[in-house]
Write a protein that binds this ligand. Sequence first.
Ligand SMILES: Cc1cc2nc3c(=O)[nH]c(=O)nc-3n(C[C@H](O)[C@H](O)[C@H](O)COP(=O)(O)OP(=O)(O)OC[C@H]3O[C@@H](n4cnc5c(N)ncnc54)[C@H](O)[C@@H]3O)c2cc1C
Length: 789
Amino acid sequence: MERADEVSQILHSFTAGNIEVDECFCMVLSIEGYEKTRNEFLERINIFKHTDPNKLRSLRRVYVTYFQLGNQAPYSDFTDPVGVSVENGFLTSDFGYELDMEMALSNSFSQQNLGGDYHQTGTVNEHSKSYANVVDNKNRSGSLENCKAISEKDVGTFAQFRNTHLNSKVQHTITSHKMHVPGLSIETTKTKNKRKKKSSRCENDIQRPLSSKPVIYWIRRDLRLFDNPALNAAQEEGAPVIFTFLWAEKEEDPNNVVAMGGATKLWLHHALQAFNNDLVEKYGTGIVYRKTDNSVKEMKRLFAETDAKCLVINNVYEPFLTCRDDKLCKDLQDRGVTCKRFDSYLLHEPTSVTTESIGMRGIGSVTHFMEICRQSATKPIGHPLDTPRHLPKVHCVPDHNHLDELELAKMPRRKDGTVIDWAAPIRKQWDFGETGAWNALELFFQEGIRKYEKESCRADNLNTCRISPYLHFGQISPRAVLTQARGMKSPKFMRKLAWRDLSYWLLSLWPELPSQPIRVHYRDQRWSDNSVHLKAWQKGKTGFPLIDAAMRQLWQTGWMNNYMRHVVASFLISYLHLHWVEGYRWFQDTLVDADVAINSMMWQNGGMSGLDQWNFVMHPVDAALTCDPDGAFVRTWCPELARLPNDFIHQPWKCPPSILKRSLVDLGVTYPQRILTKLEEAREQSLKDVVTIRMKYPHFVDKHSGNDLVPLPSGLLLPCITRREFKYKTSNPEAKDNPHTAVLRGYRSRKRDEAVAFANQRDFTASTMNEFVMRKERHDRASQFSSAY
Ligand SMILES: Cc1cc2nc3c(=O)[nH]c(=O)nc-3n(C[C@H](O)[C@H](O)[C@H](O)COP(=O)(O)OP(=O)(O)OC[C@H]3O[C@@H](n4cnc5c(N)ncnc54)[C@H](O)[C@@H]3O)c2cc1C
């Protein structure tokens, strides 16, 4: 069928009432693409001008919202910048999560940036400087013109990184770089970076100290040379630099939220080691490690010992760490020390994003966050900074601990004294240094990104970039990633960086995010305390192969992909009814990228008490159709099931005894029996539990829209996106006539899968079509139901 015909047919379906307005728009967008839809859609829908002005208006609304035209819309009489679905003035999303993702495209960094800089976060306090300031200052003094010139070539970031970071190495050769993922092995093409001709000494380089009083660079989560504003600021001081790392374990975790679990500590140990090596190689000095109970005191002591005149740091954003840093800087300033703080961990520093602009439209997910960012007029993020070529050495290195004395990677011992080296498989998997981050990103841009938009969910293939631990420890800056990603045409990937910012924004508003529900009334939600279930989930022994494979991968490698994190989280919360905090704590301990802000945001969302309630089903068997259709992932991590045929690999309990025997599987002996059999019942129960809470606290439910009301720290109650299932019949959502419960029941069919596969081939907007297919099914089934009765 011709495209034009397809579009006419879709519009026809819309007029006939078969599809809803947002579906209609998304399908047209999917067929016509961004530009064509933008240019021609309004003209096309003019056919409704006389026949159905209401339909015309609703289509215009979606169009305006999608392209964010506001009052500049071609039809200036339309001044109502409403969301896709408007319920009593609150932006809600029929498509929920996926639509949010899709809608976010219209606000995406790439789109915003077509004509200029990315928005930059504001400053934390008077001592803070933005990236932009740093670049400006450097340009003013003329010291980094050269670097800036390079930086402005957006796509040159890889080269820029290599040239500056690796310039002391004879040759950087990635010969068949391998990602060691058991069951997966991806080889890149050979890339060579020949050493740049050794340049004559750059006039901007500062080799000799201008001042003898040292500057202290306090290293925290910024273990990188490239695009490191604090490091560049240290260079500007023209003084010897003392690289310092303080380890105050209790301080990292005052609220007992497992801020640093075993896996992240292990990562930190190796990342510090790698960073230390880089510093020694580049500047001839390594890190001064100190173990302490109180970093404010320790830092003041170090200043007294060394007579240093200046502190440079890149900010971290956990509220309790920010308070600590504020205190330290104030104390030091009172003693005449200069403190320079930089924002480089996020693209939007939390305090630069105001809550004022939320208004009464409500809050929800990343779409709203990006909108709020735009309205907060944050500053451009500027361009990545090159690595300083030279930094003056200190004559006398202060006392310090050895890295091992920090005991970050200390392994437990058995009674007989032998070491339990649980970290061995993790060490095998990862290159913990800054170069590892760039290699992972490069590999992703060569191989994975092509599949990212449509197949990032695959557990049996590595289609995501696996840079989360590097981003967490600041071994690569989000700005550098974004700069590099610009040319890659993957808005979905770039949006992910906005999710990161969102999580820190939430944490700054709700410091108790890791333990207390944002929707406060959900505090009374009923949870199970079945410790046997919890153990089975943690150890990958639930009897559900997909869940077990993912949990074992997590244990052995410290990582699992985003889709699988959703699957195992749904299982813990919605089927086992275990508290989301249990999941959060386990992830904090076992993930190498464990991040208090991101992890708690995601678990809260899964637990229904977060801002962005999950509105999809992650069925422990059905999900495999999407992420592990042939069972390769399960076979890798549950080798005891490897011989099962594809039909039974995800549900061995359905396997006939003879085949089980032939496959050497003895359920309950070689592989556990399922810990739960009545999945539907369990799922419905978890739904009821939410409804019970909403009924118990009606004053936290908006009467008009049915949305939950969330108290902001300011005391204001704001509506918050709430699943349609909960809103449909607040008192009885599991009612048979609730058209939305089909989603909750995880209904799947071959026809549907074919439809989704077809949709997936179209383009990235397929995710919304996926939702359309689901909705159509629900609609069909509702019609069948009503005709049957
Ligand atoms: C229950 C649950 C817990 C999670 N806990 C963490 C965590 O502790 N630390 C963590 O970094 N990510 C967490 N995530 C988000 C996501 O799963 C990981 O960031 C991602 O799997 C990392 O792999 P990647 O680098 O290949 O990601 P890609 O898909 O390639 O994304 C690139 C980067 O974007 C960021 N990102 C991606 N998804 C998200 C997200 N949903 N929220 C915020 N940032 C995101 C990450 O920094 C990631 O490295 C969690 C997700 C879920 C469902």
